[in-house]
Design a protein around this ligand. Structure first.
Ligand code: AMP
Length: 299
């Protein structure tokens, strides 16, 4: 296994100007896996409730994702309800029901403890922190979070941030955690919280990477078919980490290429509801669009 992802597997209720869908298979770990699976083996750690349909489990398995640590617990599956309006850049959370997530204590197998590339997808920061001491030799730990946890578990989030290599945030989250409006200043402040590398996603405006050694910025892929952005951030992270895990070396050149793969993976995600589009995605689709993107970005 080359990537371990801890996060949510959820039932999402989503409303966008293009329609409404209820109880869609979603969650940070599910969206992340759907793009990272194209690069490498992915082992998913999460919990679902008794109400979670078996067909979703079958579907994730068919996509080659290892579900050895997907625990079915007594209670209800985590549910998120959200809405996007206007330019669809910002999700408005209508409701979050933690269900079985409230009592989730992830357990890793001996094999999983040896995995070197770790993605702590958006989930309770106490749960993210819980697995860290069990990892035997992590090479790269990347963490994502969300306003919900920034607002309710800020202290725990700041504690776990000290132990990760890359913090991935969207512009809103970066501003909310640092109280800085300027994103470079926000990135510097986030750097002072511990993680040596900071990655700020700006929706349709692209992505900013900040480290002491270099800053790198990429626009988003110009996309006019934005149907549902849910999971775009996780799909981005899946492409980004998938490439790095496959490349096996974390250096400036590979980070830049990984950012480009993340950008392209996310551009597909937003073209359909939930996992609709990314479930059909192939490496060839990614590479073809990446070649087109390269021509658009370089002159
Ligand atoms: P993204 O659009 O990439 O930020 O992620 C959207 C996914 O995150 C959805 O599929 C949700 O199920 C999941 N999600 C929403 N709120 C939370 C939360 N508070 N904790 C963990 N996952 C969440």
């Amino acid at each position: 296994m080359s990537i371990l992802v801890l996060g949510t597997v959820a039932l999402d209720n989503v409303r966008t100007p293009y329609g409404e869908r209820n109880k869609l298979l979603g969650g940070s770990a599910a969206h992340f896996s759907m793009s990272s699976r194209l690069f490498t083996k992915v082992s998913l750690v999460a919990t679902v409730g008794e109400d979670f349909p078996q067909r979703h489990i079958d579907f994730l398995q068919q996509k080659g994702i290892s579900l050895a640590s997907l625990i079915r617990a007594q209670g209800k599956t985590f549910q998120w309800s959200g809405e996007y309006k206007g330019d669809l850049n910002t999700a408005v959370t209508l409701n979050t029901e933690l269900g079985v997530l409230a009592s989730f204590k992830p357990k890793l197998s001996e094999e999983q403890k040896k995995i070197k590339y770790i993605f702590l997808a958006n989930v309770d920061p106490d749960i993210q922190g819980h697995i860290l001491p069990h990892l035997s030799s992590p090479k790269l730990i990347v963490l994502d979070s969300m306003n919900y946890w920034i607002n309710t578990k800020r202290k725990s989030l700041l504690k776990v941030l000290k132990k990760v290599d890359i913090y991935v945030a969207n512009d809103q989250e970066a501003r909310s955690l640092t109280q800085e409006d300027n994103l470079i200043r926000a990135a510097k402040r986030l750097r002072s919280f511990g993680p040596p590398m900071i990655l700020i996603k700006k929706g349709e405006h692209g992505v900013l990477f900040y480290s002491d050694k270099f800053i790198f910025s990429l626009p988003a892929y110009p996309e006019d078919k934005v149907v549902d952005p849910t999971g775009a951030g996780d799909t981005f992270a899946g492409g980004f980490m998938g490439y790095l895990a496959k490349a096996k070396t974390v250096n400036a050149q590979n980070i830049k290429k990984a950012l480009a793969y993340g950008t392209i993976a996310a551009s597909f995600n937003i073209e359909g509801f939930g996992l609709e589009r990314t479930a059909k995605l192939s490496m060839k689709d990614l590479d073809n669009r990446l070649a087109e993107f390269r021509r658009q970005v370089l002159f």
